[in-house]
Design a protein around this ligand. Sequence first.
Ligand code: G16
Length: 553
Amino acid sequence: MSGIRGHLPKEQIEAYSELHPKARHLLFSYGTAGFRTLGVVLDSVLFRVGILAALRSKKLDGKTIGVMITASHNPEDDNGVKLVDPRGEMLEVAWEQHASTLANAPNEEFLDALENFIRTTRIDLSKPARVVYARDTRPTGESLVKALEDGLKAIGAEGRDAGITTTPILHYLVKAINTKGTKEEYGEDSEDGYFQKMSEAFRKLVSGRPRIQPLIIDCANGVGAPIAKKLSQYLGETLPFALYNADTATPGALNNNCGADYVKTTQRPPPSLIGVLQQGQRACSLDGDADRLMYYFIDERGYFTLLDGDKIATLVAAFIVDLVKLAGLAESIKVGVVQTAYANGSSTKYLSERLPVRCVPTGVKHLHHAAEQFNVGVYFEANGHGTVLFSPSTLEKLETHEPSTPAQSTALKHLNNLTQLINQTVGDALSDVLLVEVVLAHKAYSAIEWNSLYSDLPNRLVKVHVPNRNAFKTEDAERRLVTPYGLQAKIDDLCKRYDGGRSFVRPSGTEDVVRVYAEAVLRSQADELAYRVAGMVYDEAGGEAIRRPKEFM
Ligand code: G16
């Protein structure tokens, strides 16, 4: 085999490959969150992802690569898989196409595609390969893990099974494994290490503050349930959890009428919490793999009020800016915020008046990279997916800065503890819960006070099923449509007719739908605008709007 360094165990790969045939009629694409589709058709993809992860590890000199098997907020029958790079971040974009190519090669062409890939990306096969993997609670997860393991065995990679855990814990593990024994050591490479690190930082941050009232957590009937339960043991009375929707055994329960996506899109509490939630009481929802977080409460008029990713970003960014000032570091540490087009117009206005704000396309990888450009980058998608990144030079500054007053010293201590509390590898619902609770405790804010920082513009998100969502191409961080030609001009015209009207259309990267977002000053107008734009998408592409209320039919 010319042009390839090291040995490729072809016969072994071929033998295993026969156990995981690729169906000819299926086409897979590595999108916003990896491969995601019906779990039962993913067997061949998982086998190949095993091989790909091993090759990624070899390419990076034996660094450990992560593989997470989850479909997050999607229905229970869906499943998916994504790769995690050595620092705990999403797979390098250039490899997404390689992943799709390998996943789509028919069985008889797979070896050729593999050799071609190894040659063009100049992978040295003599290097070691190490992969750590985990899955969520989906029923298809178990067999998909087996397919992945066959991929690892086929190419002779070393695998470590992290079991059933959350996506953010898997990201944490990858970074912890790869930084072990180095100056940047991230923590002990175990679930226990993750809980220890976070809970210790939390205790320090809330010490001396009034006792925190129990927090209701809707676990989406997913993996967040057992993990929140374990975390609760580490937190003890410092933050009591009341866990709801913690049933991971009943078929069909996952993300069904519960979870972060449900509350965000329906703008209602999970039905299981009706009657449980008392006025003003804080509650939150995780999603199926616990990487998204939504807070909410019932206000004094009995209305359900969401505290989404934008509200979390605002709360957290303002808190960090204050601490940086108090620590005497305002001149050298600049805080910035990253959002997407889904960010509520009011949040963008509120934040832009105080901080640099960037808008990027949907997908954690885009937000994460943009946030890395700031000394402290706070990134949150409105759907509750986000975290805070401290740049390496900022971390060093925080560690070495000599405070000149006791007040500076306290603020500095808080900032250093925050760097331990926050999962900086990816959005992490449970780490974000702790972060929010710390800020609320420090500010002595109730949910009502937090919400009053700014008023959200009423908004509506609608899904439209279309025959080909790829016909929808966007620009300007997904705020404008390039194709279908002429549709954007019609949306612009329509928006002008609504006070504060804004709407955009983009193809989903995780579901086979086109998403329509609209906001306006009045609730009725935001709804009307959303369904009118959805109607235009429908007319243009021959689709079907989901959750279209009768009055707009
Ligand atoms: C994934 C991505 C998020 C994205 C979401 C929805 O979340 O990680 O960045 O916002 O999908 O994407 P889309 O609108 O393109 O379907 P998750 O929580 O499902 O992994």
